[in-house]
Design a protein around this ligand. Structure first.
Ligand code: GDP
Ligand code: MN
Length: 359
């Protein structure tokens, strides 16, 4: 899962990495209010794509009126085909130097690798191609982590002043803490800036390993594909193929889906809570059909997710098949939930319950 810049920055900041002051805005008026507080600002389109600067997704404004105007322009834009729905409005820094720092997994080595460069701000793949000697890297032993001396060794390659050296070594240590804590496969700051105002992570990128989402507690509700239809059965599924199969099955058996929400590969109780809230918020929903084909998503995790939600407003029919289906079913049956193994049977039950409640 790719986090947006502002989401990554929140995590970075909580882990001790300095980030510029700023706020998220969803319309020009909000952007203008933020600029009122911060003075000169940079407005940054929040989309899951790199190279926003080059694509026109970064704009500057020196007054609230200008911020309002630029925000309007950005919110009308598409960047690499992606609609801009949010902006991060930050204090504009007077930049002296732009550096690169990133941690990713080197699959061949079976270890994380920490890369730094004095050529930050630009496309790092270009630097790797044109001046590979400007990139320094160091593998990290997973059971040892990043020692302070190793962070300093990386920082020593960047031609820094002594006071910059200390702060930047600390940023490197904290970046590794973020990487480890969030089960990331990429944690990147491009650029780390040395500015007149101080040293900051001016950009932030965090990609979380999807296979670890079960133990990470991100609010994924906004990322979950959701489609509204006109029937009365709410559907929560995992995977696009299963979503279609579920719709087809319900229709074939004479029922009508009200909507469906695809929880993808995660199933923490937070995810399930958001999913159940979202699906039951549709006024026509009479019953919720949770159809899970366990793979990476474990049925027992989904079951715990459901049990972690204190109040479910609509009756549920759950169908579990695949990874840990038995464990998951046992957990829910213990609490009196309807759990089936067969999709047709489960769909028939849901359709029957929806009809009963319709009267
Ligand atoms: P990206 O293009 O998606 O990687 O977006 P970045 O957040 O990295 O911004 C791109 C570039 O915009 C940076 O490398 C900087 O050169 C510039 N930039 C971003 N924030 C500021 C700022 O506060 N002040 C100045 N002067 N430049 C900035
Ligand atoms: Mn960047």
């Amino acid at each position: 899962m790719d986090l947006l810049e502002y989401q990554s920055k929140k995590i970075f900041s909580n882990t001790g990495i300095p980030v510029p002051r700023g706020e998220v805005s969803e319309n020009p008026e909000e952007a203008s209010n933020v600029a009122e507080k911060l003075g000169e600002v940079v407005l940054k389109a929040q989309v899951r794509a790199g190279g926003r600067g080059k694509a026109g997704g970064i704009k500057f404004a020196s007054s609230p009126e200008e911020a309002e105007k630029r925000a309007g322009e950005l919110l009308d834009m598409k960047i690499k085909g992606l609609k801009v729905e949010k902006l991060l409005v930050e204090e504009k820094l007077n930049i002296k130097k732009e550096l690169y720092a990133g941690i990713t997994i080197d699959r061949t080595a079976g270890k994380a690798v920490f890369m730094v460069s004095s050529e930050g701000g630009v496309d790092i793949e270009e630097v790797a191609k044109l001046s590979p000697k400007r990139i320094f890297s160091k593998h990290i032993e997973p059971f040892i982590g990043l020692y302070p001396y190793a962070a300093r060794e990386l920082a020593s390659k960047l031609g820094l002043e002594i006071d910059e050296f200390k702060s930047i070594s600390d940023i490197f240590l904290n970046l590794y803490r973020v990487f480890e804590k969030t089960d990331a496969h990429l944690a990147e700051i491009n650029p780390v800036v040395v500015a007149e105002e101080g040293i900051y992570a001016a950009d932030a990128k965090l990609v979380i390993d999807d296979d670890a989402l079960f133990r990470q507690d991100f609010d994924r509700s906004k990322d979950m594909p959701y489609v509204e239809l006109s029937g009365n059965i709410g559907c929560i599924v995992n995977g696009a193929g299963l979503a279609m199969a579920t719709m087809d099955t319900i229709k074939y058996l004479g029922g009508e889906p009200a909507n469906f929400l695809d929880i993808g590969g995660g199933a923490s109780s937070n995810t399930m809570k958001k999913a159940l809230e979202k699906v039951s918020s549709h006024p026509k929903v009479r019953v919720i059909f949770v159809n899970i084909l366990g793979g990476i998503t474990r049925c027992d995790e989904v079951a715990r997710g459901i049990l972690g939600v204190s109040e479910i407003e609509k009756p549920l029919v759950v169908r579990f098949r695949g990874t840990r289906a038995e464990e998951g079913s046992a957990l829910l049956r213990d609490k009196g939930y309807n759990v089936e193994r067969d999709m047709i049977k489960a769909a028939k039950l849901a359709i029957g319950m929806a009809e009963e409640r319709e009267d």
